[in-house]
Structures are given as structure tokens and as C-alpha cells.
Ligand binder design. Structure first.
Ligand code: SF4
Length: 183
């Protein structure tokens, strides 16, 4: 509804900017970050939720990692089927030029903080299709990658190890409650 000359989403944005500016100027943001960053960091690295999707054969290994034999869920790694509720984009196959815009869109739909894991040779460098006319020479051409898992196929143990590596990486991050979006 547009009663006062601006609609509801503009009003929400205007309010958000005002609150943000006030928090910055009064140093409340910095103070809250300082007090809570350890807690946020701990919770982020112990609840890594990847997007539930598969591109090619490495996704079968990904599924195996969630089976009772490996049970990666005991480390707080859970699939979610919407990019709005995940932290991790696990790219598990070759990214064609046709699917690349969709991969970028999924990444942009994920909330901050977010990380990307390139699983297998195809995601890292194109794999057997490295000189193909239709496949990208690595998913890092469209999204920034945090952890690479070499292998063809990647074993479930290697995938689990990548999550541990990512945990270590997150531990080094500040873990602020108020985040600056990545480029
Ligand atoms: S790296 Fe190997 S197993 Fe994984 S998607 Fe590519 S061809 Fe399949």
C-alpha cells in the first residue's frame, strides 16, 4: 500500500538503514560483535548445512556420506533443500555454461555467512571435460571456492574431511553477528 508516498518495502529499507546507522555511530554494533563473536563462531562451525542438490556422479558419494555407515549428520552437517536456509554450496559435478547462471543464482540466494566446497575433479577443473566447449574449467569461475576436494570420485571420508577443514577455516574467522556481505 502506498499511502505516504513510499511503499512498505521502501519503509522497511529506510528503517533498516536508520537502525544500522544508529548502531554504527553509537558503537553498539562493535560492542555486540565483541561480546558474542565466539558464540556465533562456535554455532556456525558446528551446524554446517549444505544445499541438497546433485550435479553428477559425485553426488552419489555425497549421499553415501549421509548414510548410516558414515553418518555425517553426527557432526552437525544437515541437508536443506532451499538455498535460503543453507551455509554451504557443495558443487559435486561439472558445471556447464548453461547451468553456471543457475549456480551463481543459488549462491546469491544463500544468506551470509556462506561457503563453497568444490567436490571432485569436475567441479575443480572440469575433470574429463576440461577442454570441452560446454563445461567451465572449474566452478571458481562463477563462485568463490573455500575448500577443494580432489578425487574422481571423491570418497565419503574425503568429503567429511573437507567439512573438518572448513570448520578450521571458520574458526579463524571473526564470527561477527553483524556481517559485511562478501563480493
Ligand atoms: S569428478 Fe568423477 S565422479 Fe565426480 S562428477 Fe566428475 S566424473 Fe563424476
Amino acid at each position: 500500500m502506498n499511502v505516504l508516498g513510499f511503499n512498505s518495502s521502501e519503509f522497511v529499507q529506510w528503517m533498516g538503514r536508520g537502525i544500522d546507522r544508529t548502531l554504527e555511530r553509537t558503537k553498539i554494533k562493535a560492542f555486540v560483535n565483541y561480546l558474542t563473536r565466539r558464540l556465533w563462531n562456535w554455532s556456525r562451525r558446528n551446524s554446517l548445512w549444505p544445499l541438497h542438490w546433485g550435479l553428477m556422479c559425485c553426488s552419489i558419494e555425497m549421499a553415501a556420506a549421509f548414510s548410516p555407515r558414515y553418518d555425517v549428520e553426527r557432526f552437525g552437517v544437515l541437508f536443506r533443500s532451499t538455498p535460503r536456509q543453507v551455509d554451504i554450496l557443495l558443487v559435486n559435478g561439472p558445471v556447464s555454461h548453461k547451468v553456471a547462471p543457475a549456480v551463481r543464482r543459488l549462491y546469491e540466494q544463500m544468506p551470509e555467512p556462506k561457503w563453497v566446497i568444490a567436490m571432485g575433479e569436475c567441479a575443480i577443473s572440469g575433470g574429463p571435460y576440461y577442454d570441452s566447449y560446454s563445461v567451465l574449467p572449474g566452478v571458481d569461475n562463477v563462485v568463490p571456492v573455500d575448500v577443494y576436494i580432489p578425487g574422481c570420485p571423491v570418497r565419503p571420508e574425503a568429503m567429511m574431511d573437507a567439512f573438518f577443514k572448513l570448520r578450521d577455516k571458520i574458526k579463524e574467522e571473526k564470527g561477527d553477528m553483524f556481517l559485511q556481505p562478501k563480493e
